[in-house]
Design a protein around this ligand. Structure first.
Ligand SMILES: [Fe+2]
Length: 212
């Protein structure tokens, strides 16, 4: 029986360091996005029909690298600065020289079923639209993950017993999701999924990953 796992959630950015605690599989900084940032994101959601950016960034040069990767950052100073801050935090926290950034516009659920990530840790932040859902460790039946669901949908598979067990992040939240690739966390990885946006709605999803 694996040890228990808990979430650490706070409006203080320092909470993110709690991800190093063995019993923590989710740490969330409840970040309030500035009005300037929200309006840049709204602009992006309204004008861009497709966006799937995947780049390696160094904390020292994030803003230049973003501008080099896509013209859309030219008139998005608040978004660029926010991404630069998160890349810097992520690289500092995990002692990385570079981070792999993905910025994706989604009009359907990308990972619609509850799952765990087979990586050490990922930073996830929904900058616009509905944010990710997750299950507390003591509310999830891990035998129903993957093939264990026997092809059934989450609400039929028994992976959770009650709809109110499903927790949801908020837009702007900066979350570190500990995966099964984190040493000692093989049975404690955070179970999560992307919610399906309502028809006609889009989400802007940011992820940061370790890269070599
Ligand atoms: Fe995932």
């Amino acid at each position: 029986m694996p040890a228990n796992r808990f979430a650490a959630i706070s409006s203080e950015p320092n909470i993110l360091t709690d991800i190093y605690r063995e019993e923590i599989n989710l740490s969330v900084w409840q970040c309030t996005l500035s009005q300037a940032l929200n309006s840049e994101v709204a602009d992006l959601l309204n004008t861009a029909s497709e966006l799937q950016l995947s780049i390696a960034l160094t904390p020292e040069q994030t803003i230049d690298e973003l501008r080099g990767a896509s013209a859309l950052f030219a008139d998005k100073p608040a978004l660029s600065a926010h991404l630069a801050m998160l890349v810097d935090m992520f690289c500092t926290l995990f002692e990385l020289k570079r981070a792999g950034l993905r910025l994706t516009l989604l009009n359907k659920a990308m990972c619609p079923k509850f799952h765990v990530d087979h990586i050490p840790c990922r930073l996830v932040s929904t900058l616009g639209g509905v944010a990710s859902q997750w299950l507390p460790h003591d509310k999830v039946d891990r035998s129903k993950l993957g093939l264990g669901s026997k092809g059934k949908k989450d609400h039929e598979s028994g992976i959770y017993s009650c709809g109110s067990d499903i927790q949801q992040l908020n837009t702007g939240d900066v979350a570190l999701l500990k995966g099964s690739g984190w040493l000692g966390n093989e049975q404690g990885a955070l179970v999560h999924r992307s919610p399906a946006p309502a028809a006609g709605e889009t989400r802007l999803l940011l992820t940061l990953d370790f890269i070599d």
